[in-house]
Design a protein around this ligand. Sequence first.
Ligand SMILES: [Fe+2]
Ligand SMILES: [Fe+2]
Length: 153
Amino acid sequence: MARTELIENLNNALSLELSGIIQYSQHSYLVTGIEREIYKGFFREQAGEAKEHAETLGDKIVALGGVPTVEPAMIRQSTELKEMLAQDLELEREALAVYMVAWKSCGEEDLPTQFWLEERIAEEQLHVEELEKLTSERTSKVNSERIVLREVS
Ligand SMILES: [Fe+2]
Ligand SMILES: [Fe+2]
C-alpha cells in the first residue's frame, strides 16, 4: 500500500518535471530583448536539468514496479521575463512540495529511495531560492551605509 502511494507521489513529481522541460524550453524560445542574451541559456539549462530529473524519476518508478506517467502538469507561458520567472518559481515550489510529500510516503523498505529524495529536495530548494532572488522575493536587508568589510590577515 505504502509503495503504491510512493509511486503515485513520484509520478506527481514526474508530471511537474515534464512540465518543467516544456515550460523552461518555451520560455527560452519566447524571451526577447536584451535579456535574451542571458535568459535563453538560463532557461535551456533549467529545461535540461528538469529532463535529467524526469529521467531519474522514470527509472526509479519502474524500479519500484510502477509505470511512469507521460502527462505533464500545468504549463505556464508569458512573453514578459518577470512573469516567466514568477511562473517558474511557482513550478519549482510545487515540485519541492511534491518531493517532500514523496519523502514522507517512503516506508521502512524505501529508505534508500528516501535518501535519494533528500538530495533532490536540497536541489529543488536551491532552485526555489534562486528564483526567489531573481524575482526579488528574497533580498538581504543590508544598510548600505554600514557595510564593513573585514580585513583578512
Ligand atoms: Fe527538478
Ligand atoms: Fe527544479
